[in-house]
Design a protein around this ligand. Structure first.
Ligand code: MHF
Ligand SMILES: O=c1ccn([C@H]2C[C@H](O)[C@@H](COP(=O)(O)O)O2)c(=O)[nH]1
Length: 310
């Protein structure tokens, strides 16, 4: 008998939330069914990757988003220029709210692409993931009682350094939740804490991702792939073998307007075992390009569209 497919855990979680979740009114007004405190585990050994097959997941979009985080960028313009649309709604909503100009979303996005000044003014999400990951702000107190800006902390570089020099540490953490700055973020981080662990007698790299809030139908497929990709890149940079990815969710929910997606997806069978290959070893974690990633044996069911709650 072969191992149960990783994806069965995802489908079981989806079914459990949809059938038994607590129905709640959420920030977006759409409404959700939710379960609090959840877990998924998947092996990353032998290039295994948690890429769903019961609907097509545009893994390159998730990979481009992850590479964008690693640049420290918080403006959507570089994503827009690559055709990545997943962050467009939030700057657009702020633009409409603050200017009263009812510019349609596609025209707003076109202006972000065409007009750098407009993008500087309206395309920024605030100090979200990228900023906290590679340039967490610090302050230095001065003798006169005032304080000045200190050097930013590159948490990603530090974790790679600590994995190399102190693999047994229990402090290999990348944290997105900067309490002092969440108020200035378009959306406070959902996949907020990544902890790494060297296992297998010093040979493998494992990751725990804690996600405080999870849109199981739209966000989670991207978040799982993104976390696997980050773990794989860090493993490559630290000469470790990919180990296990443990995903943990806080408020783990399904939006009520995703019913058609859920019913359709729960009726499908996982098929095949996609594999993620990294085809080049860049000089550092900050030098990966989208061309460095290849997915083999991916033959998913068709995509299922659903609206994102803003
Ligand atoms: N409600 C909500 N759910 C999320 O998953 C989410 C947010 N908000 N806000 C911030 C980001 C943006 N994310 C998103 C946004 C849209 C899609 C989405 O529409 N996915 C479609 C199309 C993907 C594509 O354009 O390539 C899908 O079928 O997966 C996915 C993740 C994840 N995050
Ligand atoms: O990477 C992401 C980003 C966002 N989400 C989802 C989770 C929630 O549905 C919303 C965020 O709303 P809050 O009110 O801030 O919790 O976005 C996700 O699943 N993955």
């Amino acid at each position: 008998m072969s191992d149960p497919h990783f994806e069965q855990q995802y489908l079981d979680l989806m079914a459990r939330i949809w059938r038994g979740g607590d129905e709640r009114v959420d920030r977006t007004g759409v409404g959700t069914r939710a379960v609090f405190g959840t877990q998924l585990r998947c092996s990353l050994a032998d290039n295994a990757v948690p890429l769903l097959t019961t609907k097509r997941v545009y893994w390159k979009t998730a990979a481009r988003e992850m590479l964008w985080f690693l640049t420290g960028e918080t403006n959507i313009r570089p994503l827009v220029l690559q055709g990545v649309k997943i962050w467009n709604e939030w700057p657009h909503a702020r633009y409409v709210a603050e200017t009263g100009d009812d510019l349609p979303l596609d025209e707003f996005v076109q202006r972000i692409a065409d007009d750098e000044g407009f993008a500087d003014r309206w395309g920024d999400l605030g100090p979200v993931y990228g900023k906290q990951w590679v340039d967490w702000p610090t302050y230095r107190y001065r003798a006169d009682g005032l304080y000045e800006k200190g050097e930013g902390i590159n948490q990603v570089a530090k974790v790679i350094e600590s994995l190399r020099t102190n693999p047994g540490s229990r402090r290999h953490i990348i944290e997105g939740w900067n309490v002092a700055e969440v108020g200035r973020m378009a959306l406070p981080p959902c996949h907020k804490s990544y902890q790494f662990h060297v296992g297998g007698g010093g040979t493998t790299l494992d990751c725990v991702l804690y996600q405080r809030s999870c849109d199981v139908a739209l966000g989670l497929p991207f978040n799982l792939f993104g976390a696997a990709l980050l773990t794989r890149m860090i493993a490559q940079q630290t000469d470790l073998e990919p180990g296990e990815l443990v995903w943990m969710g806080g408020d783990t929910h399904l939006y009520l307007n995703h019913a058609h997606l859920i019913e359709e997806q729960l009726g499908r069978e996982p098929r095949g075992r996609p594999a993620l290959e990294i085809t080049r070893r860049p000089a550092s974690i900050f030098d990966y390009r989208i061309e460095d990633f290849a997915v083999a044996d991916y033959d998913p069911h068709p995509p299922i569209k659903a609206p994102v709650a803003v």
